[in-house]
Design a protein around this ligand. Structure first.
Ligand code: TXA
Ligand code: MG
Length: 313
């Protein structure tokens, strides 16, 4: 790790500038969570709808406890999974000076302690919580490398620095669980699965579908979209298509094929998903055809992201 780079990033963040940081899930576009002005830059750079709240990244549980009101379940999950790819939604502590733009004025807040050593070091050096959505333009494919971030924002002066921490290990955004209400609700599937969570908090329901207004607007149907059409669960492919294959017997006949995991390993497939989508998102192909992915474990999160890319066409 180049400490002086991380010190510079921490300094810029404290000054209210935007810095793209690596996390174990995807790259984040980070800003001082206490500053409305800094957080406003995130919404403008990403062209993100102002009703979509941000996750607040903390250096540890202690920092998170200054922002959210923790209950028993929250302590259990934080102790089991932080630092790591789990976001917990909790009631916002009344005296936490978090930007209301970041929470979009909600009485709840989404909190996470990321596991990437560089983001943890930056959080420690800056000593402030960081609001950070994925570092991509709203609705496009999430970034899993510094190159993806650079490609998306290279001509923009509002992004002061990109910290290169290599390819993201997990490759899918964090699991989000809402513990702010009477019962826990899984708002977004991720690497940490329902089964992983159940050990600590028992049974719970899925994304709240009762209201038209999604609790996690990342759950908006249009999300993670490549610029060409995408079709899931294909069993045949033609020579004008790109194929995103899975498993030891990829379909034959595509113009280009990338295999999420030749050994049919779902965790490996998750890590490759966004980077392969970035690579196949090219208008030389008519569309991206995706082979079936088993709907189990982290496969549920993979299919969740793919279905949003598919319905957005
Ligand atoms: O892995 C991740 O979570 C990455 C990295 C950078 O940490 N971040 C990320 O952020 O995926 P973003 O903005 O792309 O997704 C944040 C999700 C959105 O769906 C948002 O609606 C939801 O978190 N969210 C934030 N605050 C919330 C709240 N108070 N209640 C419900 N959902 C909330
Ligand atoms: Mg995102």
């Amino acid at each position: 790790m180049n400490i002086s780079q991380l010190e510079k990033a921490a300094y810029l963040l404290r000054q209210g500038h935007l810095v793209a940081i690596p996390t174990e899930t995807v790259y984040g576009l980070a800003a001082n969570a206490f500053s409305d002005q800094a957080v406003a830059k995130i919404y403008s750079l990403k062209n993100r709808p102002s009703f979509n709240p941000l996750i607040i990244h903390c250096k540890d549980l202690e920092m998170a406890q200054e922002i959210g009101i923790f209950n028993d379940y929250a302590f259990k999950l934080a102790k089991a999974f932080w630092p790591g790819p789990l976001t917990i939604v909790l009631p916002l502590s009344t005296n936490a000076p978090v930007s209301q733009l970041a929470t979009t004025g909600l009485k709840t807040v989404a909190l996470r302690v990321p596991a990437h050593p560089m983001s943890l070091k930056i959080l420690e050096l800056a000593c402030i919580p960081l609001a950070a959505p994925s570092a991509n333009p709203s609705e496009s494919i999430s970034p899993t490398s510094a190159f993806h971030v650079e490609k998306a924002f290279k001509h923009n002066n509002d992004l002061s620095m990109i910290i290169d921490g290599g390819a993201c290990d997990v490759g899918l955004e964090s699991t989000i669980v809402d513990l702010s209400g009477e019962k826990p609700i899984l708002l977004r599937p991720g690497k940490i699965t329902r089964e992983d969570l159940r050990t600590f908090i028992g049974e719970f329901s899925d994304i709240s579908l009762e209201t038209g207004h999604p609790k996690a607007p990342g759950q908006l149907k249009r999300h993670y979209a490549p610029s060409i059409p995408l079709k899931m669960n294909v069993h045949e492919v033609n020579k004008s298509q790109a194929l995103l294959a899975f498993g030891p017997s990829p379909l034959l006949g595509a113009k280009k094929t990338l295999n999420l995991s030749p050994t049919a390993d779902l965790i490996g497939a998750a890590a490759n998903l966004f980077s392969m989508l970035h690579e196949l998102d090219n208008t030389v192909f008519e569309s991206i055809a995706v082979m079936p992915i088993p709907h189990q474990g982290v496969g549920i999160a993979i299919n969740d992201r793919l279905s949003r890319a598919e319905t957005s066409q």
